[in-house]
Design a protein around this ligand. Sequence first.
Ligand code: FRU
Length: 469
Amino acid sequence: MQETSLLNQLARSLLTGQVNASADPHRPLWHLAPAVGLLNDPNGFIQARGRYHLFYQWNPLACKHGAKFWGHWSSRDLVQWRHEPVALVPSEEYERNGCYSGSAVEQDGRIMLVYTGNVKYQDGNRTAYQCLAREQDDGHYEKLGPVLFLPAGYTGHVRDPKVWQHQGQWYMVLAAQDEAKQGKVLLYRSPDLHQWESLGEIAGSGLNGMGEFGYMWECPDLFRLDDSDVLISCPQGVAPQGERFRNLFQAGYVLGQLDYAKGQFPHGAFEELDLGFEFYAPQTTLAADGRRLMFGWMGLPDEHEASQPTIAHGWIHCMTCPRELTLRDGKLYQLPVAELSALRREPLAWQGIADEAPPLPARSAELHLKPEGPFSLALREAATLSWDGRCLSLERRNWHTGEREQRTWRGELDELRLLLDSSSIEIFINQGAAAMSARYFPGEAATMRLSGTARLGLQHWSLAASVIE
Ligand code: FRU
């Protein structure tokens, strides 16, 4: 479809939908959410010329998945964001069913987007093109077209290029499904972002001792952290194992050493990145100060999306908070970026017995807890976090079935950090050794209440709103 026609539809959708979307009490006060329509994966996360850029999978025309656009926000500090011109509109034949996920790099002082042009056929088949777009002086992106076609031996499910530079060459990891319907991660190399040479499969189901591990590995991301290479990916089709892999699709990582010359990546076991209900398709970038930062999508595809209450207000889904990744004792840690402390207001410190703690504001808040014994935290009557001395459990009402459901973490609990926004909870356990993210849709109650006989210390802040300008 013509670009002007798509942009006209987008404008109309914004003009008619924005008032209703902004009036939603579930709308986040400081998390990134779409003005209207559906948001999914973070894309093209990069810091360039002193600003962070975060692009996102966006269907501005409906609260459903469809032919995705790339929305674009930028920020100096990861706290105050501004809308930038829409970066990609699915107007060309090679992307007619969506400008799917991808990444950004800087080349000759300009941001280059590397993304997937998704094409679906009437018979249910599809193909995919890996495409380039180059930043223009006025903030628009000029499409340079496909640079990589479907490789032989794979189905049409080949997408989500993540590109980085290493020793003067560009490298790309790409999600793929082979003809035996096994999920794989492919590695490519290029001198110029235009010509790509295959270095083969570096990870996936049936490789590196993984056994059967899913029919598709979406959104791979490979980067160096200290003395390891980290591969993040999102396997689909992995069955639950006890308390592990409870969500429909997984988002996790393996640690290893990438042999760039041989195209091999021996690695360790797959670990989930987040033990909550909603976390998927994360993407990282290297900040100028050396930190490895990550955004995730606080949602999952196909998980009763049509029943989410925000659809009544014409929008759905949001990003996680930006998180900093570090490695400790062979494990990935994640914590909210330090910049978010700029949102803190009205500090409160308290200690005593949980049962005697005051009710705490919870609409938009940060809470640090150091418990000595079992306690429970009722989150606006819509979710409960409880610790029984061995197991930390996050329980909520499923918005589709109405049933209670839970996610758990086990270990020695030292401290907890919670970030609450109107309809989301992010929990960081033991300085970020584990995380749990979830959406929830409380009614009016704006406070959370502690209970239990545990002695505990807490710090609480209300968090200021941060509108996207
Ligand atoms: C992950 C994903 C990607 C794809 C995009 C489409 O959520 O399915 O694999 O590129 O979303 O919006």
